[in-house]
Design a binder for this molecule. Structure first.
Ligand code: SDX
Length: 428
């Protein structure tokens, strides 16, 4: 393959280097485009054809349905690793040995309390507040109580900020859930695992000993692994661009939580359940919803279907779909919503509209069915997505800072009014 790309403008040829990644992806390096062409820029709404960075964290192949974290396949990690190992892998680049994992967990546990004044912020929210709005605010508020986390100019500072958020974020998630359910804001239990502690903080009741259900623990551990990173998706790109101004880690993460909330992104897992419930209420008539999804006049989309990168099955959706069957069976949960989802999938996979556009189920299509079977309410689904994605956001933010990437500041093409003289108000 040639080393350069040539662009000809007004008869003048401009050459730009091609860069190739370790998986043979190729990009045109246009760093010199504007200066070489006296101001010409590229434009690409939604960045469908534009790479923002070189990254060594996650590899996706959308055509083949491949997802790997630091070279390990998502299939192997979901089956053989636990979430805290994957957190370490994403952030520090390799799987930890047992000593590293133990120290990492111990350092996180040492940070797993928050300033008591945070209870006052939680109390100030109405019970009706959407949990994503609450958790985004609480995450940003953490900076007020941990100002040192803003300056991460040394490896030690960076590590401290990372273990702080990994220790405190699960507390914020649990308190967000408990506030909504009128439960006392409790802490967890340092004697149990990272994921067990999350479940206990969320679900323990003041008048009984919390009983761990290994099926639920394993299901949550697997779901968190499957959501842990996904290269330059909307929320991760938001974390990176916010962090490029050198605002602190917690404030950068808060921007990612807000971006994830959107129904076109992580908010889709809540929208999928609401859609499936609507179909169920409608007598299970999925054909009506398929027609709505294909009607260009109708803004309705088949939530949980389609993906910017995957033009094949989302490998995570395959794993979650299989897990949904197993977990509901193990829990003895009969959920008609699962059968509606499967019927919808079958219809879509045989419908030319979806086949022609390569629209397959994505990570959000089946995940909510498992969350619901675990007793997690629909409006908490995207918070669980954020809990899983936290290590990915941290890893990507850390890579951006350690690579000393410049502040993100795209250009534009102006299409507004040209110069015109001011008009006095009596002349308008
Ligand atoms: C996540 O990027 C990531 O990696 C995200 C994520 C992660 O892990 O971080 O994987 C998590 O966000 C998964 C996606 C969750 N969102 C949804 O399930 C919402 C429903 N899906 C869509 O809105 C859509 O598919 C997107 C947003 C996911 C992708 O949109 P694109 O890439 O901008 O594609 P598009 O909107 O240009 O659609 C291409 C065509 C259009 O039709 P035409 O104009 O060509 O006729 O496909 C159609 C769209 O109308 N289309 C759909 C559809 N998705 C796309 N039509 C009906 N239902 C859908 N779900």
């Amino acid at each position: 393959m040639s080393e350069k790309a040539t662009i000809e403008i007004d008869g003048k040829k401009h050459e730009f280097p091609l860069i190739k990644g370790t998986e043979n992806e190729v990009a045109i390096d246009i760093k010199t485009l504007r200066s070489a062409t006296n101001g010409i820029v590229t434009i690409d709404p939604g960045f469908k054809n534009t790479g923002s960075c070189e990254s060594a964290i996650t590899f996706l192949d959308g055509e083949k349905g491949i997802l790997r974290y630091r070279g390990y396949s998502i299939e192997e990690l979901a089956e053989k690793a636990d979430f805290l190992e994957v957190v370490f892998l994403l952030i520090f680049g390799d799987l930890p040995n047992s000593e590293e994992l133990e120290k990492f967990h111990s350092d996180i546990k040492a940070q797993s309390v928050v300033d008591e004044d945070i209870r006052k912020i939680v109390d100030a929210f109405p019970k009706s507040a959407h949990p994503m709005g609450v958790i985004a605010s609480l995450t940003s508020a953490l900076t007020a109580f941990n100002p040192s986390s803003v300056n991460v100019n040394s490896d030690e500072d960076m590590y401290k900020a990372i273990v702080k958020i990994l220790g405190k974020f699960p507390v914020l998630v649990a308190w967000t859930f408990r506030k909504k359910n009128g439960l006392r804001l409790e802490y967890g239990d340092k004697s149990v695992g990272y994921v067990e502690n999350i479940l206990k903080m969320m679900f323990q009741l003041p008048n009984e000993e919390y009983q761990f259900n290994p099926i639920v623990v394993n299901a949550l551990d697997k779901l968190l692994i499957l959501h842990a990173d996904h290269e330059q998706n909307c929320s991760t790109s938001t974390v990176r661009i916010a962090g490029s101004s050198h605002v602190g880690l917690f404030a950068s993460l808060s921007t990612g939580i807000s971006a994830l909330w959107g129904p076109l992104h992580g908010g889709a897992n809540q929208a999928v359940l609401e859609m499936l419930e609507a179909i169920k209420e409608d007598g299970g008539d999925s054909k009506k919803y398929m027609a709505k999804a294909k009607d260009k006049e109708d803004p309705f989309r088949l939530m949980g279907f389609g993906h910017r990168v995957y033009k094949n099955f989302d490998p995570r959706a395959k794993i979650i779909k299989k897990a949904a069957d197993e977990i509901l069976n193990d829990l003895g949960v009969e959920d008609p919503i699962l059968n509606i989802a499967k019927a919808l999938e079958q219809e879509a996979l045989n419908d030319p509209y979806f086949v022609d556009r390569k629209l397959y189920p994505n990570v959000d299509f089946y995940s909510g069915i498992i969350y619901r079977a675990m007793g997690i309410p629909t409006d908490m689904f995207t918070v669980m997505f954020a809990l899983g994605r936290l290590p990915g956001w941290i890893a990507q933010w850390k890579e951006m800072r350690l690579n000393n990437e410049p502040i993100g500041r795209p250009r534009q093409i102006y299409v507004g009014e040209t110069l015109r003289p001011f008009k006095a108000i009596n002349k308008r």
